[in-house]
Ligand binder design. Structure first.
Ligand code: ZN
Length: 345
């Protein structure tokens, strides 16, 4: 089968590869339609590793996917051939201690697409457990279906934040995840969501959504804007979505007393933390690693029209142009949010 293979750091090829397609009783076989290019895919391409996950042999990329069911296992009840679906890329061990706690995202044995040594899904067909495969409502496109995975991270962040109706949130960083966090926070009941970045283009994309207020930090510090807008009280929730170690300088000044700081961005190195600043306000600190039990709710929001992810898809490539898509993503144009690859005409 053809696949987009990361041979080694910096070397991609579109070539034949042998991938098993054995459908077990609880599995479905899916013809892949659309796959989003994720920052993590690009990072493996440019760096060959993310933290402890190191590419040691060729690996198929891609984990944000939607497609059509072409075969179902004998015990599958909720899906049938022809269903349009999206998939959770991580398959935990369901009898693990983490899974039993409902925290299957932090199961140490999780097998996650395009995380070495597990192959991803930039290939025409995959086999996946039906339990982690979700039917797309009729009004949700394949392109939107492939956006559910990154949106689920925003939804997990909003869920961890325990937002209350009318809350004010601040999101540090207007990259794809920052924007998706902001949209999830709005959908979760925030009245206003401020979002900061250095890039005017990224802020323009975020600011097209009513309720999201872009803040250009080349002009004014984010903390100053939040103080002014909240009468010096602070935001109910601050989401750190940039992963920039510098973002932690004075971050607790933006959180209201008793508010929450939700850490989403993965810093590339250790960061210093103002523990006294957090304690003096009794800030609740939450962390987000992927998501658990989110896909159904993400699909509900998209199907209801409350969250429109379509404006975030800024480029679509044919499967044949996959390498081009990755080169463009690696070049990192500030006007791009999400690039997608379409495997079906
Ligand atoms: Zn992703």
């Amino acid at each position: 089968m053809q696949a987009l293979v990361l041979e080694e750091k910096g070397v991609l090829s579109l070539r034949e590869i042998d991938l098993p397609l054995v459908v077990g009783p609880g599995d479905v076989r899916i013809a892949i339609h659309t796959v989003g290019v994720c920052g993590s895919d690009v990072h493996y391409y440019t760096h060959g590793a993310i933290g402890p996950y190191v590419l040691r042999e060729p690996m198929v990329l891609g984990h944000e996917a939607a497609g059509t069911i072409v075969e179902v296992g004998s015990e599958v009840k909720h899906l049938k051939v022809g269903d349009r679906v999206c998939m959770e890329p991580g398959v935990p061990n369901l009898s693990s201690r983490a899974s039993k706690l409902g925290l299957y995202n932090v199961d140490p044995d999780v097998r996650f697409w395009a995380t070495p040594p597990i192959h991803g899904v930039l290939t025409p067909e995959v086999v996946h457990p039906a339990a982690f495969t979700y039917r797309l409502p009729d009004n949700v496109t394949f392109a939107e279906g492939a956006m559910v995975e990154p949106f689920a991270i925003g939804m997990q962040a909003a869920t961890r934040a325990r937002i209350q109706p009318g809350d004010v949130a601040a999101v540090v960083g207007a990259g794809p995840i920052g924007i998706l966090v902001a949209l999830a926070a709005l959908a979760g009941g925030c009245a206003r969501v401020f979002i900061s970045d250095l890039s005017a283009e990224k802020l323009k994309i975020a600011g097209q959504y009513p309720g999201i207020v872009p803040v250009d930090i080349t002009k004014r510090p984010f903390a100053e804007v939040i103080a002014e807008e909240t009468g010096s009280w602070g935001a109910d929730v601050v989401f750190e979505a940039s992963g920039s170690p510098r973002a932690f300088d004075g971050i607790f000044d933006m959180v209201r007393p008793g508010g929450a700081l939700v850490l989403v961005g993965l810093p590339v190195r250790k960061v210093e933390f103002d523990v006294a600043g957090a304690i003096s306000r009794e800030v609740r600190i939450e962390t987000v690693f992927r998501y658990a039990n989110i896909f159904d709710r993400a699909l509900e929001l998209i199907a209801s029209g409350k969250v429109d992810l379509k404006p975030l898809i800024t480029g679509t490539f044919d499967f044949k142009q996959s390498i081009e898509a990755f080169e463009r993503a690696a070049a990192g144009s500030p006007s791009d949010v999400k690039l997608q690859i379409r495997l079906v005409e």
